[in-house]
Design a protein around this ligand. Structure first.
Ligand code: Q0Z
Length: 287
């Protein structure tokens, strides 16, 4: 990293730096969060897996919508990106009924203004993917909003473009992942606009941190599904009776190794590229 990179923000597991007026550096750490708490133990290479996956999808979805990716750094965990004006909403697409979508459906029969058929069970596949935007909470959980609430925050044409791009991105990635044994139940996109006002996909995209990945061979609607990547860590945290408040527990070595293996497996299944090849030369995911 050049010494001119200025730290401008921290996410739970990522850091953001300014490179110059036009460029940012996004750095994915090896930190893991579960039950909304960042654990004290890192998962080696998790940041590389997420950075590589995101870059892989950026390279393959350029025709659907332009994205912010300028370059991958040789460390495999850092992305140079275009600095954009970010939309103040999270662009969520759901293909399956889980998390807050399931909660809202159970309470109201609808999710973010989308009426859904009666009788759906938890984790059911939806008849068609739905766009369920949310507000970006600075603390606590993002709040689901409907189209009218979103239109108080975002220009209508831009909102419609973000919805169309989000649904198209989800359809493309979910179909590709399903052929490789992974269900992308839902996913969250962040968009910005460039100085021409063009919609640009930003942040990370279609990673296990911004999506729910489920192993397809274990899919059983009617209850919650195992997480492709975090299930070992969650099971361990439950087994020791942690109350899910800060601070989280240290993970034992076998849980760390099992979790790392799942991240690497997700990377290799989805990209068809060996993770070691990515580490040797990150640009392999862009070709
Ligand atoms: C992303 C975030 C954090 C990682 C701002 N291309 C862009 N242009 C302008 N802003 C952003 C981006 Cl990606 C941007 N975030 C989220 C925060 C670490 C990502 F602290 N915030």
């Amino acid at each position: 990293m050049p010494d001119t990179a200025v730290h401008v923000g921290s996410g739970k597991v990522r850091e953001l730096f300014t490179l110059d007026d036009d460029r940012l550096l996004l750095v994915a750490s090896d930190r893991i969060s579960t039950f909304d708490v960042v654990l004290p133990t890192e998962i080696p290479d998790k940041g590389r897996v997420l950075t590589g996956l995101s870059a892989f999808w950026f390279a393959r979805t350029e025709e659907i919508v332009p994205n912010h990716l300028l370059a991958l750094r040789s460390d495999g965990r850092s992305t140079e990106c275009r600095r954009l004006e970010m939309l103040p909403i999270e662009c969520v697409v759901r293909g399956y009924l889980s998390g807050s979508g399931w909660k809202d459906y159970r309470a109201t029969g609808a999710v973010c203004g989308h009426p859904l058929p009666d009788g759906l069970t938890e984790s059911a596949e939806l008849p068609t993917p739905i766009f369920t935007p949310s507000t970006k909470a600075t603390t606590g959980h993002d709040q689901n909003i409907d189209r009218d609430q979103a239109l108080e925050l975002v220009d209508g044409e831009l909102y419609d473009a973000a919805e169309r791009a989000s649904i198209a991105l989800y359809r493309f990635a979910a179909a590709a992942a399903r052929e490789r044994g992974i269900i992308i139940a839902d996913t969250k996109f962040e968009f910005g606009t460039d100085d021409q006002g063009t919609l640009v996909l930003a942040d990370e995209a279609l990673t296990p941190d911004s999506s729910r990945f489920w192993p397809a061979d274990e899919y059983a609607p009617g209850g919650p599904q195992a997480s492709f990547d975090k299930q070992f860590a969650r099971d361990y945290c439950e087994s020791i009776g942690w109350d899910k408040t800060y601070p989280g527990p240290e993970l034992p070595d076998d849980v760390v190794a099992g979790t790392r293996a799942r991240y690497v497996e997700a990377f290799e299944r989805l990209t068809g590229i060996e993770f070691d090849a990515y580490c040797a030369e990150p640009d392999v995911v862009l070709r």
